[in-house]
Write a protein that binds this ligand. Structure first.
Ligand SMILES: O=P(O)(O)OC[C@H]1O[C@H](OP(=O)(O)OP(=O)(O)O)[C@H](O)[C@@H]1O
Length: 199
């Protein structure tokens, strides 16, 4: 598995991806992306002496490739969101949070919004932004939805932007929380799968 990830990281690097972009693409931490790049491919056989960081590569394609499975899982995520009160807007974080948010909004009879985090924006002085093609969040009780938490940075950024817009983030709901968080910026985090380190 590591070898496949190493090859993929090298392929992305050769296509000009930065370490941060490789980390995002493979759903691993930046430290892991850096480590993968330091490893030789099968062809070069080089190996870095550095030990692999503790991390988990997440692949949820068996779910993402099927709207039926996505719908079942989104229903479960909507049920978790319900514990935190009456949701007015479900906000999906681009890209992978959007299909979950779309289906959850239907289950919750709520509006749907889309958040572009700062790392997806081009201008250097840009900040995270809510897409104007979907519902607005001003003054609304919102639930934030994403596929994976790696560091929690993206969810934290979204919470700050929504609060600055006068929204009330009730909870963040994700498929997999690799950090084992219970809250970010005092907003409860719900995940279908929470990864916790032993020891
Ligand atoms: O907890 P964090 O360290 O902030 O990382 C998690 C974020 O990284 C991934 O986004 P990515 O930019 O790869 O977009 P994607 O949804 O297109 O995969 C993922 O979908 C989360 O939004």
């Amino acid at each position: 598995m590591n070898q496949k990830l190493i090859e993929k990281a090298h392929e992305l690097r050769s296509r000009g991806f930065t370490t941060g972009e490789i980390a995002d693409e493979l759903n691993v931490s930046k430290d892991t992306a850096r480590w993968l790049i330091l490893q030789g491919t099968d062809k070069t056989k080089e190996k870095s002496e550095e030990k692999a960081p503790v991390d988990f590569a997440i692949n949820w394609k068996s779910l993402g490739g099927s709207s039926t499975r996505m719908s079942y899982v989104s229903a479960a995520m909507a049920d978790m969101a319900l514990q935190h009160g009456d949701v007015e807007v479900v906000v999906g974080i681009t890209v992978s949070g959007i299909p979950f948010a779309t289906m959850m909004a239907e289950f919750l009879d709520a509006d749907m919004a889309v958040f572009h985090p700062i790392k997806h924006r081009k201008e250097e002085d840009a900040r995270g932004a809510v897409s104007s093609n979907f519902a607005s969040v001003e003054g609304k009780r919102v639930v934030i939805v994403d596929d994976v938490i790696t560091s929690g940075g993206t969810i934290g950024e979204a919470i700050k932007v929504f609060r600055s817009l006068g929204a009330e983030p009730l909870a963040a709901v994700v498929l997999i929380d690799k950090k084992g968080l219970t809250e970010v910026e005092k907003v409860p985090v719900e995940s279908l799968i929470r990864v916790s380190r032993l020891g």
